[in-house]
Design a protein around this ligand. Structure first.
Ligand SMILES: [Zn+2]
Ligand SMILES: [Zn+2]
Length: 144
């Protein structure tokens, strides 16, 4: 991080590089089937930002976009297949995977879509059945 609160990140091979500026709107873990299937992992560590916080500084032409639904535009690197971020136009937020911004200290505050979990985690953080009310969900939480 530099003095402007700017964090650098990249894809797995480094062909695509970007910066994010400021602080995320939210950080946590998503347990939904889509995140798990796309990432091939048991949960997705997310950081949500306003889209203008993100600037691609190198390799913008190498960014591949795939959208299975209109809610999520998933971005990866054409060269290495490494995941970068997911745009959520309906929320006007972009999820930048915590794993691709090593300079940012990841401080998860919440679990979402926990009803779909395959990796129960006892960390004392709130576990939303789907997503919070302000994100269009039920706002219901599930006990650990
Ligand atoms: Zn790459
Ligand atoms: Zn998800």
């Amino acid at each position: 991080m530099n003095d402007d609160g700017e964090y650098g990140g990249s894809c797995f091979c480094g062909a695509v590089r970007f910066t994010v500026t400021g602080q995320p709107e939210a950080m946590g873990y998503c347990h939904c089937e889509s995140c798990r299937h796309w990432s091939a992992g048991p949960a997705n560590a997310f950081t949500l930002w306003k889209p203008d916080a993100l600037r691609i500084t190198q390799g913008a032409e190498k960014v591949l976009t795939y959208n299975k639904t209109a809610r999520s535009y998933r971005k990866s690197c054409k060269t290495c297949g490494g995941h970068l971020f997911t745009e959520h136009p309906g929320w006007k937020l972009v999820d930048i995977y915590a794993a691709v911004i090593p300079e940012l200290s990841f401080k998860p505050a919440v679990h979402v879509n926990y009803q779909e979990t395959v990796l129960p985690i006892k960390d004392g953080l709130p576990k939303f059945k789907d997503v919070p009310k302000e994100m269009g969900g039920s706002g219901e939480t599930i006990p650990e």
